[in-house]
Design a binder for this molecule. Structure first.
Ligand SMILES: [Fe+2]
Length: 293
């Protein structure tokens, strides 16, 4: 591949200049994300609508976070409070786990308040043998309750025809999940909520890189949602010593993106986890979009 990217500015993220970005098609973008895991395109997008268009152009299907507002059909304003946000794959604790997560920085913070990224390939290589073996041998299970408003909105997004969320049935959700034997759903008609359990390996093989990475949402946040119970597929807790090890190693492998206005970041969501520093600068407008290749 022609060399479109440099890795000088920020460790573990490839940086592409604006004049290079204009020349890249979907195949080249996917090749870059396969090589680097996360790619930062400097000063290339100027509105959330243009961001939405770009994501649609390079995606077979879009996903969303049903707790956020949508702009331009794909972009959602990142609004998860002001606290630090733990590392996670976007929607990686549910069967609606997209291949790519995209960020567009409309206004960059001037101090701190950075989005952070952590390459799961690096984490996996740094794990001790007992810790790595534990996660190779034990799938992780996320379980929690989701309100009617949120699961209904998600179903509306995934249905091809437009539907009123009030007309959605629980069977519509079950049909969407149908093929996924790793997801169990129980519906509570009295509350209109669902309780789901999603079982998945903490180590994923990305379709972009074809290499394994420690990519999961074990340390992730729960803003707008009930905090999930995270245990093994057999219902055993993850040993505290392994949680502590993945916290230490992930922290060591995490880097701020280094936002400037109008930057775009494309992240392999089954390899590179992301999080956020505490927000200390109110000048910060960042949008997120989720897509399948
Ligand atoms: Fe996120």
């Amino acid at each position: 591949m022609e060399n479109h990217a440099s890795q000088i500015e920020t460790p573990n993220i490839a940086v592409v200049a604006p004049h290079q970005f204009a020349k890249l098609g979907t195949a080249e973008l996917f090749e870059l994300v396969g090589e680097y895991g996360a790619v930062l395109f400097r000063n290339c997008i100027h509105s959330p609508e243009a961001f939405s268009e770009l994501v649609k152009q390079h995606s077979s299907r879009l996903s969303l976070d049903p707790a956020r507002q949508m702009v331009g059909g794909a972009a959602q304003l990142v609004d998860a409070g002001t606290q630090a946000v733990g590392l996670h794959c976007e929607n990686g604790n549910s069967p609606f786990w997209p291949d790519l997560t995209w960020f567009y920085c409309h206004e960059a913070p001037r101090k701190g308040s950075q989005t952070t990224i952590c390459d799961g390939e690096v984490v996996l290589a740094r794990l001790s043998e007992p810790c790595r073996s534990f996660f190779e041998e034990n799938a992780i299970r996320y379980s929690r309750t989701v309100s009617g408003e949120k699961w209904r909105r998600l179903v509306c997004h995934y249905k091809s025809e437009s539907v009123d969320p009030r007309d959605v049935q629980i069977d519509d959700l079950l049909k969407i999940i149908d093929a996924d034997e790793n997801t169990r759903i129980a519906y509570d008609p009295a509350e209109d909520s669902i309780h789901y359990a999603f079982t998945v390996s903490a180590i994923q093989i990305s379709s972009f890189s074809n290499r394994p990475a420690f990519a999961n949402s074990i340390l992730g946040p729960s803003f707008n949602y009930e905090r999930p119970v995270i245990d093994t597929a057999h219902g055993h807790p993850i040993p505290a010593k392994f949680i502590s090890e993945i916290e230490t190693i992930s922290t060591r492998s995490t880097h701020p993106i280094g936002w400037r206005d109008h930057d775009l970041v494309m992240i392999d969501n089954k390899r590179v986890m992301h999080g956020r520093e505490p927000i200390t600068d109110g000048r910060r407008i960042i949008f997120n979009a989720l897509s399948y290749r």
